[in-house]
Write a new protein. Structure first.
Length: 296
């Protein structure tokens, strides 16, 4: 027998999940049974851009999903919203977002990483370790959110693409002045700057974490080809990811999901005990935001 659909004043209860990340924003609307009703996309939604711009992006994604679902985006008293947003740890961000007017029956905010963790484990206890441009470990254990790392490049984000890129450039400069052997990787890194260390310095003055992370695929390719400098960098990065996974287990997370653009390439480099703790994600960050909406 099919369970009755929850309603508000005779109108079916709906749930909105939004994953607001640094590169883009995704929204989905589902009904009580989990059926997909509408989806929407927009640009970046991170507090780093400012609360007003982040909120505008979130609302654009909502409007796209609402229009596809046949809903009024300005008045949605039967929709509960869960929103994961990048940069929520910035001082005052949560309070500013929670103070904004909205069209929903209720709304809850969490970080984009926490939304990904909820989605990866269907709301149950578990953890994620993200290895992408940056890195971080996040866990939900007994209703408590726990974290390790992820304090920002260059002071943190060990084992990330940005961290690998930084090490590749450091090693290349040491090889350039004879402090270590020159390998194919290090020669190719310097070739990107025409072999001129002053160009490296000029690039460094403006480079972001994303710029450093563009060197990570180069490092991984050379590591697969046996380049000793590349292998040293990748192995060092894998050891940092090992440490994040082990910390999540120490927190009490039964299983860990590895996410991010480097998760696939790095997994073979991880320690056997760490790999035994890994599981594929049940769902994505939008699914996690919908779980959050259901808690509202």
């Amino acid at each position: 027998m099919t369970a009755p659909i929850a309603t508000m004043g005779g109108v079916p209860q709906l749930f909105l999940g939004i994953d607001g990340g640094g590169t883009g924003c995704r929204a989905r609307i589902t009904d009580e049974e989990g059926n997909l009703l509408g989806q929407g996309l927009s640009g970046p939604a991170t507090t780093r851009l400012g609360i007003a711009e982040a909120w505008a992006s979130l609302m654009r994604a909502w409007r796209g999903a609402a229009e596809e679902a046949g809903l009024d985006p300005e008045h949605a008293p039967n929709v509960k919203a869960g929103i994961g947003i990048a940069g929520l740890s910035r001082a005052g961000s949560r309070e500013q977002l929670e103070a904004l007017p909205h069209p929903f029956a209720g709304i809850r905010f969490t970080s984009d990483g926490a939304a990904a963790c909820l989605g990866a484990h269907s709301g149950r206890d578990g953890a994620i370790v993200i290895a992408g441009t940056g890195s971080i470990g996040l866990a939900f254990v007994g209703g408590e959110e726990l974290r390790a790392g992820g304090y920002g490049f260059p002071i943190s984000d060990e084992g990330s693409g940005a961290d690998m890129g930084l090490k590749a450039i450091q090693f290349a400069l040491r090889a350039h002045d004879g402090r270590r052997d020159r390998t194919a990787l290090l020669a190719e890194v310097m070739a990107r700057f025409d072999g001129d260390f002053s160009r490296v310095i000029a690039w460094m003055d403006k480079a972001t974490a994303t710029d450093y992370a563009t060197f990570a695929p180069l490092v991984l390719r050379h590591a697969d080809q046996g380049d000793p400098a590349a292998r040293q960098i990748v192995q060092s990065g894998a050891e940092q990811i090992d440490g994040l996974v082990r910390r999540m287990v120490e927190y009490g997370a039964p299983l860990v999901t590895l996410l991010g653009g480097l998760s696939g390439p790095l997994e073979p480099w991880l320690s056997p005990d760490v790999r035994r703790r890994l599981k594929p994600p049940d769902g994505d960050a939008v699914a996690g935001a919908i779980i959050l909406a259901r808690m509202t």
